[in-house]
Design a protein around this ligand. Structure first.
Ligand SMILES: Nc1ncnc2c1ncn2[C@@H]1O[C@H](COP(=O)(O)OP(=O)(O)OP(=O)(O)O)[C@@H](O)[C@H]1O
Length: 452
């Protein structure tokens, strides 16, 4: 078994407990440090990057108040805010551990511990430590090296809660359903779930179900045997088999026609696929993550989506907030994309004027982060001076009214926006899609839906 790259720090005054824990945890984690004296915690944190501290709450014989544990928890948070803390306590002292959680500890473990439960808690804590680090990169925004598409930006309360949920479920087998408007980061979060799971060394396969027609659906997902149809010159693996041992991300699942939903359900039930033109079942070990911008519960009510399929895929539902509902993240994201594009287009010093930042915060962002990304990129390209003004941002006027018009029928609003973008770009799909913050496939689907 491959060990997870993570450093754990175990603190307990009982050497036997430290020894037993260390022997067990060394099987799973690359580095396990032990301390029998909490006074050495701060020194250790300054010498090593510690992902998770697992700490007893009482260090003096006969003292069971937990006050020491709470004290050290606070000190750890001050010197190493990215480190995640798990408290260890006896059953009789759970109330103190709960107080620790209120003060920011990730979780607590009861003594005597159960090895499986301990390992589950620790792996969730390690995943959480990773997402904390990802969020923390923000503070280094002007100096960090950006890697296209890999940073997950956001510190608002709403988004932090989402990340906490992500870290809790990442390293489990739970099927996850990601909900949220276009461009809210469903793909990014799906990848994050995979990267923080024990499947991370195996493939992450993305399938845009909305762009597969009925003919392609089976051959793409389940594969085919040579001769299954005219162009099938040789055997071919489907996406499920490609994802074996890893994760398959079924995007736009809400757009899957009913007859294909039945086929997908059968794969999920049997955990096996049958290649087109072949009789035998092939077992696959795949974690399923699905995403949609539709309200699937409503779609079930309307008879457009199978309830049994919904229950198969939504063990955990994670709702990604629209950008207009995480306003404090707008300047962070804008700065992030400004810096990235400034480097990409080799521009010198460049910053947002106050009016541009204000306008961004007040804008409705119907295309969410993808729209912001495109708008900032365009502004960086077009801006001649060293300050991006509101006028460089080119917000869509109709879109700007969306927030005030939230009570209006969203379908009508969407139709209006799509029609306007098409008119403006003289039916050029790529440009209209870019302006709306949609993929070309997503725009086509909306055109079809609204009969445009
Ligand atoms: N938290 C984030 N920090 C930085 N960039 C982000 C974040 N979330 C999303 N993005 C960027 O926003 C864009 C859209 O994200 P993504 O494709 O994950 O959204 P989506 O919800 O899957 O969209 P759609 O529903 O249209 O498929 C991507 O370029 C992505 O890199």
């Amino acid at each position: 078994m491959r060990k997870t790259e993570a450093t754990l720090l175990l603190v307990d005054d009982d050497p036997d407990i430290l020894f037993t824990l260390k022997v067990f945890l060394k099987r799973f984690y690359s580095q396990v440090i032990t301390l029998n004296d909490p006074k050495k915690i701060l020194e250790t944190l300054s010498a090593s990057v510690v992902d998770v501290v697992l700490m007893d709450m009482n260090f003096k014989r006969g003292v069971q108040t937990g006050a020491e544990g709470l004290y050290w928890q606070k000190r750890i948070a001050e010197v190493s805010p990215e480190t995640v803390i798990i408290l260890m306590t006896a059953y009789s002292d759970v109330s103190v551990a709960v107080e620790g959680i209120k003060q920011g500890a990730f979780d607590y473990v009861l003594k005597p511990w159960d090895n499986d439960k301990l390992q589950t808690t620790l792996s969730a804590a390690v995943a959480h430590a990773r997402s904390k680090k990802a969020g923390h990169k923000l503070e280094k925004i002007s100096s960090s090296d950006f890697q296209a598409g890999t940073d997950v930006i956001g510190q608002s309360e709403t988004f932090t809660q989402t990340l906490q949920l992500v870290s809790k479920v990442a390293d489990t087998h739970a099927h996850v359903l990601l909900l949220g408007e276009n461009g809210t980061g469903k793909y990014v979060i799906a990848k994050m779930l995979h990267d923080n799971s024990s499947r991370k060394q195996k493939p992450f396969i993305h399938v845009d179900l909305g762009s597969l027609n009925e003919n392609l659906f089976e051959s793409e997902l389940f594969g085919y045997a040579k001769g299954a149809f005219t162009d099938a010159k040789e055997d071919s693996l489907g996406r499920f088999e490609l994802a074996d041992g890893g994760t398959i991300f079924l995007d736009e699942i809400g757009n899957l026609p009913l007859q294909l939903q039945t086929k997908l359900l059968s794969v999920l039930q049997t955990q096996s696929v049958v290649r087109l033109g072949e009789g035998r079942e092939r077992k696959v070990d795949v974690r399923i993550i699905c995403a949609t911008n539709l309200d699937l519960h409503k779609e079930v009510g309307a008879g457009n989506f199978r309830q049994d399929l919904l229950y198969r895929i939504n063990t955990v539902e994670i709702e990604l907030p629209a950008l207009r509902h995480r306003k404090t993240d707008i300047p962070l994201l804008a700065e992030y994309y400004l810096e990235r594009n400034r480097k990409k287009y080799r521009k010198g010093r460049l910053q947002f004027a106050n009016d541009a930042l204000k306008a961004m915060e007040n804008y409705a962002w119907p295309g969410n982060i993808r729209e912001l990304e495109h708008l900032v990129e365009r502004a960086v390209i077009l801006c001649d001076g060293s300050e991006i003004q509101e006028s460089d941002m080119r917000f869509s006027k109709v879109v700007a009214q969306v927030d005030n018009a939230e009570n209006l029928n969203l379908e009508q609003m969407e139709k209006q926006l799509v029609a306007k973008a098409l008119r403006k770009h003289l039916d050029n799909i790529s440009n209209a899609a870019k302006e709306l913050g949609l993929t070309r496939a997503a725009l086509y689907r909306r055109m079809e839906k609204h009969g445009l």
